[in-house]
Design a binder for this molecule. Structure first.
Ligand code: UGA
Length: 441
């Protein structure tokens, strides 16, 4: 099938590439000429395992193209995906200007039936706005061309995006059009083998499903973090509690890992947007507000432990930091707990020596050159002459370090672990003072 994807950000690029990989003829559109040139040469702007080679193969096979030309884009696909950004406004509401601009372009340039597919995370009611924007353009042209607007939210995770797209748990489609349903079924048939993963529903329900999924997951994290904070005060161990509750299949083991808070481009933004959506219909989303509040506080937990250990003034102290990205397998620093930590350490007069397998360039980009931040080539180099080690991201190669070397290299054997990577009893044997989340000291 011929598919156009507007936006070559995370969602658009993964969607376009995976659709091309199974044989669809995909044209991706972006306004950034340099990005488009790079993509046509197989160079991708983000770090995502497995994606670059898929882009290269699909470009070579002639199934994936990139352009800045809106006319070519609208002509190309009967299916027109909108996967442009929806940044948060100051009040947390999603800014829809880019989505609406694409809708206008489609309405202005289309010359046959189109299925317009919303893939961006958008507030409930956006499909109607897209519909209205297209209709307005068509009536200005005195055209009565037919089109359908469909909501098809994306559930992929950064770092596992290709796999999530290729092997989806479910493919949610909101539409009231039989024609659109038929097209979407055909489009996703290659990803929908063995058992039917397609869930059709009305448009507004599909739009809310995306927020509900992320809100539920964020709630699980804030819940376990709250339990961790309680466990600490009650002399219990959250890791044992986690195992105990996870054994109940109604709760499950997944996504109840305590830590230094959730980050990324999705949970923080979507929880805030949902609070805002609720306000718009005179409802106060109390639970979501609490989830957000707990998470904000959780991002400072490591800073609390550090002050507990070293006192308020951290002048002259140096901290080794392992992990900058908001989670492993990505270089994404958006809303990363490491940022809250570093900024608090700097404010208290301390220096940071940080290592991350892929996010150091991004960190440099955000903070520039500064005396109190040193990015080191290895995780061991970050330890040199540091007063303690702090861990913010659970990269695989942080899991079994050489503890003897760690002890020898640090000024003092102190670890603040925001991801509960180690066994406290074992670390005590090694002679470390080990602070983890919800495990006592
Ligand atoms: C999230 C959702 O998991 C995806 O299903 C969704 O499609 C995506 O948002 C989106 O809306 O686009 P993502 O932000 O890539 O995906 O990352 P997650 O793996 O969900 O992790 C989010 C944050 O929660 C990370 O900071 C992670 O460290 C934290 N987390 C996760 C915990 O603190 N504890 C856990 O048990 C799980």
């Amino acid at each position: 099938m011929k598919v156009t994807v507007f936006g070559t950000g995370y969602v658009g690029l993964v969607t376009g590439t995976c659709l091309a990989d199974v044989g669809h003829d995909v044209l991706c559109v972006d306004i950034d000429q340099k990005k488009v040139d790079n993509l046509n040469n197989g160079i991708i702007p983000i770090y995502e395992p497995g994606l670059e080679s898929l882009v290269r193969d699909a470009v070579q096979n002639g199934l994936l193209h990139f352009t800045t030309d809106p006319k070519r884009a609208v002509d190309h696909g009967e299916l027109q995906f909108i996967a442009v950004g929806t940044p948060s406004g100051e009040d947390g509401s999603a800014d829809l200007q880019y989505v609406v601009a694409v809708a206008k372009t489609i309405g202005e340039l289309m010359d046959g039936y189109k299925v317009v597919v919303n893939k961006s995370t958008v507030p409930v009611g956006t499909a109607e706005k897209v519909q209205a924007a297209i209709t307005e353009q068509l009536s200005a042209r005195k055209s009565s061309l037919a089109f359908d607007v469909v909501s098809n939210p994306e559930f992929l995770k950064e770092g596992a995006a290709v796999n999530d797209f290729m092997k989806p748990d479910r493919i949610v489609v909101g539409t009231d059009s039989e024609q659109a349903e038929k097209r979407l079924r055909e489009l996703y048939a290659p990803f929908n083998r063995n058992h039917d993963r397609m869930v059709f529903m009305d448009v507004r329900s599909a739009e809310l499903t995306k927020y509900a999924a992320n809100a539920m997951l964020a709630t699980k994290i804030s819940f376990i973090n709250e339990m961790a904070n309680l466990a600490e005060r009650l002399g219990a161990d959250i890791e044992q509690v986690r195992n105990g509750i996870g054994a109940d299949p109604r709760i499950g083991y997944h996504f109840i890992y305590p830590g230094c808070g959730y980050g990324g481009s999705c949970f923080p933004k979507d929880v805030k947007a949902l609070i805002n959506i609720a306000k718009g219909v005179d409802y106060s989303a109390n639970l979501m507000e609490a989830v957000d509040r707990v998470n904000q506080a959780q991002k400072s937990r490591l800073v609390d432990y550090i002050h507990q250990h070293f006192g308020k003034d951290l002048n002259g102290k140096t901290f080794a930091l392992w992990g900058l990205a908001f989670k492993p397998n990505t270089d994404d620093m958006r809303e990363a707990p490491s940022r809250v930590l570093m900024e608090a350490l700097w404010a208290a007069g301390a220096k940071v020596q940080a290592f991350d397998p892929v996010a150091m360039e991004e960190t440099q980009h955000i903070y520039g050159l500064r005396d109190d931040l040193k990015l080191t080539g290895t995780k061991e180099a970050a330890l040199e002459k540091a007063d303690a080690l702090v861990i913010c991201t659970e990269w695989k190669n942080f899991r079994a370090p050489d503890f003897e070397l760690l002890k020898r290299t640090l000024n003092a054997p102190v670890i603040f672990d925001g991801r509960n990577l180690y066994d406290p009893a074992r670390l005590e044997e090694y002679g470390f003072e080990y602070y983890a989340v919800g495990r006592g000291k």
